[in-house]
Write a protein of this length. Structure first.
Length: 409
C-alpha cells in the first residue's frame, strides 16, 4: 500500500535502518556449523602466511598445510592427459593442432558428440551426460567383478561433498524427538557434522575401535543407536571406507555385519568410498558395499537401501572439485521422477568453471570423470605413461614421500 503524502516511514522516524541480516538474525542452524577443515586453525595459518609475505620475522619460513588432502598445493603437478582432453573439449579448434596426441583428440571428440550441440557450453540433464554415466556403470561392473550396474541408478555431481550433502537433504526430516538421527563414525570427516548441523539433524556418534586398527564394531553401532532413540529418530548410517582420517579398510566380514545391522534396524546406508583406490597396506583389500550387498542376496540385496559415493579427485587426480558419482541400490522407485532434479541442485557448489544452471551437472567435471575411468583401458601412447605414473604414485605413498611423482615428464 502506498504511503500518504507527508507520511513518514518507520525507518525515517527511527533514524538508522536496522540490518536484516546479522549474527543474531541469521539462520541458527548455519551458526552451529563447525567445519574444522576451514576452521580457526586454518584461518590462523592464512594470517601467518600473510605476515610472512609482508616480511614479518617468524621462527619459520613457510606454513605446511597438513590439514587437508590438497595434493597440488603440496607440489603435485596436474596430470597432462586430463588437461589435454579438457582443453580440447573447451576449445575444439585445438583439435586441428599438432601439439595434442591423437588419443586425447579421439576422447575429446567422443565427449563432444555426447553433448548438446556438440559443445561443452550446453546444459546436460540433471543426472549427467548419458555417455559418461554409461562409462561409470562399466567401471563399477569391472571393479565389482562383473556385477551389473545400471547407468540409470547413477547420478553425477560436482564432487563427493555435494553428493553427500544432497542425499542427506533428502533423508533429513522431522522436529523435536522425531528429528532425523544420522550415525557417523568418530573420528570423522567434518563434512558430516557440519552438514547435519546446517540441516538441523541429530548427529549420532559411533566410535571406531582404535585398538583394532580403527575397525567398525557392530556392538558399538548398537549402543549408539539405542541411546539415540531416546531423543531422535535414527534413519541413516554413514560409513567411510576406506576411512577418513583413520585410513582403515574394513573387511568383507565387517561390511556384511554392517549391512545386516542396517537391514534389521531399518537404516538407510550411505557408503563414502572415495578413497577406494588409495589402499596400500599389505593384506588390505577394498570391498564395495554395492558388491557385498548384491552377493549377500535376498532379502538384503532386494530391500536394503544404499547410496555409495566415489570421486575422481582422490585416487585418480589428487585434484579438488572435479567430479563424483552417486550410485543408488536399489533405486528408490518413489524417487524415480523427483531424483532426476536433485543432483543438479548442487551445481552451485562446483569449484571449476561450469554452465550457469542449477539444473545440470558440471560438464567440465564430467569430462574429467570420463577420462579418468577410461585410463586403465587405453591402448595408446598414453597407456605406458599412465602405468608408470600409477606405479610411482603407489610407491611414493607407501614410502610417505612429501611430493607425489611429477606428471609432466
Amino acid at each position: 500500500m502506498a504511503l500518504r503524502a507527508g507520511a513518514q516511514s518507520q525507518t525515517a522516524r527511527n533514524g538508522i535502518k536496522e540490518k536484516v541480516l546479522t549474527l543474531d538474525t541469521m539462520n541458527p542452524c548455519v551458526q552451529r556449523v563447525e567445519y574444522a577443515v576451514r576452521g580457526p586453525i586454518v584461518l590462523r595459518a592464512l594470517e601467518l602466511e600473510q605476515e610472512l609475505r609482508q616480511g614479518v620475522k617468524k621462527p619459520f619460513t613457510e606454513v605446511i598445510r597438513a590439514n587437508i588432502g590438497d595434493a597440488q598445493a603440496m607440489g603435485q603437478k596436474p596430470i597432462t592427459f586430463l588437461r589435454q582432453v579438457l582443453a580440447l573439449c573447451i576449445y575444439p579448434d585445438l583439435l586441428s593442432s599438432l601439439d595434442f596426441p591423437e588419443d586425447a583428440k579421439r576422447r575429446a571428440q567422443r565427449i563432444l558428440q555426447a553433448c548438446g550441440g556438440h559443445s561443452l557450453g550446453a546444459y546436460s540433464i540433471s543426472s549427467g551426460i548419458q555417455l559418461i554415466r554409461e562409462d561409470v556403470a562399466q567401471y563399477i561392473e569391472r571393479r565389482d567383478g562383473g556385477i551389473p550396474a545400471d547407468p540409470n541408478n547413477i547420478f553425477l555431481s560436482t564432487g563427493a561433498s555435494s553428493a553427500i550433502v544432497t542425499v542427506l537433504k533428502l533423508l533429513v526430516a522431522g522436529e523435536g524427538r522425531t528429528r532425523t538421527g544420522v550415525l557417523i563414525p568418530i573420528p570423522q570427516y567434518p563434512l558430516y557434522s557440519a552438514t547435519l548441523a546446517e540441516l538441523n539433524a541429530v548427529q549420532v556418534d559411533y566410535y571406531l575401535d582404535e585398538e583394532n586398527v580403527w575397525a567398525l564394531n557392530v556392538a558399538e553401532l548398537q549402543r549408539a543407536l539405542h541411546q539415540a532413540r531416546d531423543h531422535c529418530r535414527p534413519r541413516v548410517l554413514c560409513v567411510i571406507n576406506p576411512g577418513n582420517p583413520t585410513g582403515q579398510v574394513q573387511t568383507r566380514e565387517c561390511i556384511e555385519a554392517v549391512i545386516r545391522f542396517a537391514f534389521e534396524e531399518r537404516l538407510f546406508l550411505m557408503a563414502d568410498e572415495v578413497y577406494q583406490d588409495n589402499v596400500y597396506a599389505q593384506g588390505s583389500r577394498f570391498h564395495s558395499f554395492k558388491k557385498v550387498l548384491t552377493e549377500m542376496g535376498p532379502p538384503y540385496a532386494e530391500q536394503q537401501e544404499l547410496a555409495s559415493f566415489h570421486s575422481v579427485s582422490k585416487g585418480y587426480m589428487g585434484e579438488r572439485g572435479r567430479k563424483c558419482w552417486l550410485s543408488w541400490l536399489p533405486r528408490p522407485s518413489s524417487l524415480s521422477k523427483s531424483s532426476t532434479k536433485f543432483p543438479g541442485s548442487t551445481a552451485t557448489r562446483c569449484r571449476v568453471p561450469c554452465t550457469p544452471s542449477h539444473a545440470c551437472s558440471c560438464l567440465h567435471g564430467q569430462c574429467i570423470e570420463l577420462r579418468s575411468l577410461a585410463w586403465p583401458q587405453i591402448c595408446s601412447s598414453a597407456c605406458a605413461f599412465w602405468r608408470k605414473l600409477a606405479s610411482a604414485w603407489c610407491l611414493g605413498a607407501a614410502l610417505g614421500n612429501k611430493k607425489a611423482p611429477t606428471t609432466s615428464e
